[in-house]
Design a protein around this ligand. Structure first.
Ligand SMILES: CC(C)(COP(=O)(O)OP(=O)(O)OC[C@H]1O[C@@H](n2cnc3c(N)ncnc32)[C@H](O)[C@@H]1OP(=O)(O)O)[C@@H](O)C(=O)NCCC(=O)NCCS
Length: 201
């Protein structure tokens, strides 16, 4: 009989990029995240147009079935918004230094065996290696377990609806605010390079 621990040891985590694999991940999110997907998973052409490449990670069991997936990128909504305001420097700093996890799900039968944590760690380590100074995400605090999950990973979790305020050294300390209009949602953030980014108190 396979228990959760045996299964976790057999799970392979890998990064995917081809469009047919993205489609598989899109369907997985549709099936495993209620109300998914607020942030549509872009194809390679959209990635190229936005200039903010997607990070898509999957967890597969030994027959190769998809049992977990994560989608992260460089916060393209804010990058585009700042560009539209003519704030190229702010847009460039966000695109280079702010990684954002948009979607993360593990199949119900495989939860609580460390797979979600492994997917998140893979994305965060990769973002850090690519030069990101901060990893962020927004989550619905009404979903059970998420506060513990993100705090265990080392994220600082803000109060519901609280503004995330970041000081990037490249912007000479002028803070950039990221609002949260829905009071059920929270920002979570993890500093990856404290010389280049810090969270304002
Ligand atoms: C959130 C989710 C991705 C976590 O994945 P996972 O593989 O089950 O998480 P892990 O096994 O890595 O959990 C690590 C720790 O997080 C905490 N945690 C995770 N799920 C939890 C839950 N439902 N209740 C309480 N704590 C939880 C625990 O502290 C856990 O450690 P422990 O099992 O040793 O106690 C998964 O539950 C999921 O897919 N949920 C549905 C979709 C969703 O809500 N996605 C989030 C979108 S932001």
């Amino acid at each position: 009989m396979r228990n959760a621990l045996t299964m976790a040891n057999e799970v392979r985590i890998r990064r995917v990029s081809q469009d047919d694999e993205r489609q598989r991940v899109r369907e997985f999110f549709g099936a495993h995240i209620p109300g998914s997907t607020a942030f549509p998973l872009p194809n390679r052409q959209v990635d190229a147009a936005l200039g903010t490449p997607s990070q898509i990670w999957v967890a597969e069991d030994s027959p190769g079935d998809l049992i977990g997936a994560l989608f992260a990128s460089n916060n393209p909504f804010d990058v585009v918004a700042w560009r539209q305001q003519g704030q190229e420097q702010v847009a460039a700093v966000i695109a280079n230094e702010m990684a954002m996890i948009h979607e993360l799900a593990v199949a119900r039968h495989a939860q609580r065996s460390g797979i979600g944590s492994r997917l998140a760690r893979a994305a965060i380590d990769n973002a850090q290696a690519s030069g990101a100074a901060i990893a962020t995400l927004i989550y619905d605090q009404r979903t059970p377990g998420l506060n513990d999950f993100y705090e265990n990973l080392g994220f600082r979790v803000l109060a519901p609806g609280e503004l995330l305020k970041l000081h990037f050294a490249a912007l000479r300390g002028t803070p950039v605010g990221f609002p949260q209009s829905d009071r059920s949602f929270r920002w979570a953030a993890m500093v990856l390079n404290s010389a280049r980014c810090r969270i304002a108190e």
